[in-house]
Ligand binder design. Structure first.
Ligand code: DX5
Ligand code: ZN
Length: 219
């Protein structure tokens, strides 16, 4: 079984202190930093772009797990790679040619993630599972932190896990949205090995990041 990793989303951080917030996450045992990039078009919210990511990355060594919720995504991939993304995750609906966007990310020597919204089916990406590093299952409709976990996506996690072991593949299964202490065990048992968490990591237990990360890891 893969090691369980936590990727805290800085969407729930204090944006006036982003650099310090990332330091707190590193010290608290985060395995990577989840950066939610939104364009006000693919999703109904706007966040940050390459210059901010570049500035943040300069001051730390932790991996940046960059979740691009922007469309059309293809022409911006290189900018996020240059800014310091280590994992670049895209949505199939946000590109005209998923294969060429995957190849673009690979050509930049970055890990490739593909994300499925709650409504999106696995067959959208089945042809590519052998060539990608990670599948990000959305357990809320993307756009905002603090939403309620949608348990109906667990079937998709289980199906992916099954396909993965049948075909001997090695992609990570990441889950994003509404992850908390009540559902983390269930999502891990279903097959997820990377848990994204904004609200729970930053706000639970008076913001005790280390404790929250450990609890999400079932420690
Ligand atoms: C939603 C984002 C998530 C979100 C997670 O569009 O992709 O990463 O910030 O936040 P919580 O854990 O608060 O649901
Ligand atoms: Zn995200």
């Amino acid at each position: 079984m893969k090691k369980i990793q936590i990727s805290p989303s800085i969407l729930s951080a204090d944006f006036s202190q982003l650099g310090n917030e990332i330091k707190r996450l590193e010290e608290g045992g985060a395995d990577m930093i989840h950066v939610d990039v939104m364009d006000g078009h693919f999703v109904p919210n706007l966040t940050i772009g390459p210059p901010v990511i570049k500035a943040l990355k300069k001051n730390c060594s932790i991996k940046f797990d960059v979740h691009l919720m922007i469309s059309p995504v293809h022409k911006y991939i290189e900018a996020y790679s240059d800014a310091g993304a280590d994992i670049i995750t895209i949505h199939p609906e946000a590109t005209d040619n998923l294969k060429s966007s995957i190849l673009k990310i690979k050509s930049l020597n970055k890990k490739v993630g593909v994300s499925l919204n709650p409504e999106s089916k696995i067959n959208l990406i089945s042809d590519y599972l052998k060539n990608i590093d990670l599948v990000l299952i959305m357990s809320v409709n993307p756009g905002f932190g603090g939403q309620k976990f949608m348990p109906e996506v667990l079937d998709k996690v289980k199906q992916l896990k099954k396909i993965q072991s049948q075909d001997n593949m090695n992609f990570d299964i990441e889950i994003d949205g509404g992850i908390n202490f009540d559902n983390c065990k269930t999502v891990i048992e279903a097959g997820a090995n990377i848990l994204v968490s904004g609200t729970t990591v930053f706000k639970s237990n008076n913001g005790d990041i280390k404790k929250n990360i450990n609890l999400l890891k079932l420690k």
